[in-house]
Design a protein around this ligand. Structure first.
Ligand code: GYE
Length: 327
């Protein structure tokens, strides 16, 4: 533990209980807070909002933490600045959800030299030296991409579309983010395996609703015969739905929509028949990172890579599942 902070509540207690017997009770006098700096990507999506909320509600003083939260507005240079600030403030742990995979070696070396463990959460980094981080926890993005095509294969088989050529477009996430890299790989490899699947275009919508809508509008202008949209997150799918409606087509019927994240609103859209299927990506990493920190605090060792188990939902089960959803 590098930093010692005090809980205000504990100090109040000192005045009462700790001195009750005349002599100060040392164990009650100090309660060390674990200081955690979280370099968050931004606030680009519903998923991200749920992820931020998960950290803010987990790393609270009542649980023994002081959280320093930084929103990088989807910019790597802001995240690097935030990490340097955390080092300067001598935090106990640094948590990073890296906006992109590459370009982290220098700043992580600085953290290592300062003796501060770095935990990666959500997206991954591509590093030449994996000793620069202690552990990573998040979704398996390649598998998510494969699951999206797996759902399409099954849907095509059961709806008699097997011999029909399907024109597909992909709305990609932030280029170079591991969520985009893995999902795009899983999806494009799956498309390449089926001679009836034709990939017309893929372009980034930056994981935002506004950009997703804009790119979908341009796709609809360029390609009048789109059969399937694969949106690499829900907010881009919401934007695509608006763009499809604006040209007088029916989302979910005229154009099949497959999305990722499976946030609350996506369930509503599946129930409405506008999104056909959604591959889950769980954003509730706060408690998972806290568990890693608690294990490290006790001197224990943690797995380097921890994947969260995730499923796929569609219009057939969305209504039944929605009440049990936590984000
Ligand atoms: O899918 C998207 C968010 O990195 C898994 O980032 C995360 C992605 C998520 O903006 O909605």
């Amino acid at each position: 533990m590098k930093k010692v902070a005090f809980i205000a509540l504990a100090l109040v207690t000192i005045a009462g209980a700790a001195f009750a017997g005349g002599k100060p009770d040392a164990s009650k006098m100090e309660k060390k807070l674990i200081t955690v700096g979280y370099a968050q990507v931004g606030a680009e999506s519903d998923w991200r909002t749920a992820n931020t909320e998960s950290f803010k509600s987990t790393f609270v003083e009542a649980n023994g933490y002081k959280l320093i939260f930084d929103d990088a507005q989807q910019k790597q240079e802001n995240q690097i600045k935030a990490i340097r600030n955390f080092i300067q403030q001598d935090v106990d742990y640094i948590v990073v959800a890296p906006v992109v995979e590459t370009g982290w070696e220098t700043v992580l070396k600085e953290a290592k030299d300062a003796g501060i463990p770095v935990i990666l959460s959500d997206r991954m980094m591509k590093l030449s030296d994996n000793s620069l981080y202690t552990a990573w926890v998040g979704g398996n993005f390649l598998k998510e991409g494969q699951d999206a095509i797996g759902w399409l294969d099954a849907y095509v088989a059961k709806s008699g579309l097997k011999d029909k050529d399907l024109n597909i477009v992909i709305l990609q996430g932030t280029i170079g983010s591991s969520a985009q890299v893995g999902r795009t790989q899983g999806v494009t490899e799956g498309i390449a395996k089926n001679p009836h699947y034709k990939l017309l275009a893929k372009q980034t919508g930056e994981f935002t609703q506004a950009k997703g809508q804009e790119v979908m509008e341009s796709f609809l202008k360029a390609y009048p015969n789109i059969d399937v949209v694969i949106a690499e997150n829900d907010n881009m799918a919401f934007g695509a739905i608006d763009a499809i409606k604006a040209v007088g087509k029916v989302p979910g019927k005229d154009i099949i929509i497959i999305s990722f994240d499976a946030v609350h609103e996506a369930f509503n859209r599946m129930i409405a028949g506008e999104i056909n299927a959604d591959v889950e990506c769980n954003p509730l990493h706060g408690p998972r990172v806290a568990e890693i920190i608690q294990t490290l605090e006790k001197g224990g060792s943690v797995d380097k890579i921890m994947y969260v188990k995730e499923g796929t939902f569609d219009t057939t089960n969305a209504a039944a599942i929605l009440p049990s959803r936590k984000y």
